[in-house]
Write a protein that binds this ligand. Structure first.
Ligand SMILES: [Zn+2]
Length: 252
């Protein structure tokens, strides 16, 4: 042991060679985690835009349906009005042929009812026409808004696709650099590290600070601490299973 060669050398000698290399790998893994985060973020943005477009599409469809229903209602009431007009004509024709006061009065009552009916239908039809006009305006606005949202979505999808492809290329490059580093590390240790990394996301190897694992922040026993600090064994945190190392400067 090179105890006499000063603190730094001693510590470097103590840090397990594989762990030293894995720390370089971990730096790359942190970059990958960051890049994957960027991918997720831009995918989320695109999804949000897509949801907006869906909502707006539904809105346009609802308005169109409402217009259709109003048009059907208008058609129905138009027919009723025509019938009423025809009926009124017939009644007025009938008045020419009545002979008694009683008949006349009866027809007159019918005519009054028919006229009231007509007035009501006309009023309703006017209101329906007004609603149709209003809805048509709304649907035009909604369509314009949907149109621009769709364009925005298409542009965003294109740029997002391009960005994601670029990020994936960068990740591939980093993976290649990782593989080069892996050449010098024991396969079993690589496997263990990769397994840890599945959930630690770039924090598989952590320093011990103030007697605690810097991954799960649980205190480790003095015995484990001594093993980490004074031997070059690979030590795992008894609580979370991360690989522990003693940093050059504990306050770092
Ligand atoms: Zn831990």
């Amino acid at each position: 042991m090179i105890v006499c060669l000063g603190n730094t050398l001693l510590k470097e000698a103590m840090l397990n060679k594989d762990v030293q290399e894995l720390l370089k790998v971990q730096k790359l893994d942190k970059e990958i985690v960051k890049l994957n985060g960027e991918i997720e973020k831009s995918q989320k943005k695109a999804e949000e835009k897509e949801t907006k477009v869906k909502v707006q599409t539904n809105n346009v469809e609802t308005l169109r349906k409402e217009i259709e229903e109003l048009l059907e209602d208008k058609k129905f009431k138009d027919e009723l009005l025509n019938e009423s007009v025809e009926n009124l004509k017939k009644l007025e024709e009938k008045t020419k042929s009545v002979t008694t006061e009683k008949q006349f009065s009866a027809i007159n009552t019918e005519i009054e009812i028919s006229k009231t009916n007509e007035d009501m239908l006309e009023e309703k039809l006017l209101s329906i026409i007004g609603s149709i006009e209003e809805k048509k305006k709304s649907v035009q606005e909604a369509e314009a808004s949907l149109n621009s949202a769709q364009k925005e979505m298409d542009t965003l999808k294109q740029t997002t696709g391009g960005n994601i492809n670029q990020i994936k290329k960068n990740i591939n490059e980093i993976e290649k650099r990782k593989k080069i580093l892996y050449k010098d590390i024991d396969v079993k240790i690589i496997k263990g590290y990769e397994e840890l990394n599945r959930w630690t996301k770039g924090t598989s190897i952590v320093p011990v600070k103030q007697g605690a694992c810097y991954g799960c922040f649980m205190k480790i026993t003095p015995q484990t601490f001594t093993t980490v600090k004074e031997t070059n064994e690979i030590v795992f945190c008894p609580n979370c299973g991360r690989i522990l190392y003693y940093p050059e400067n504990e306050e770092e």
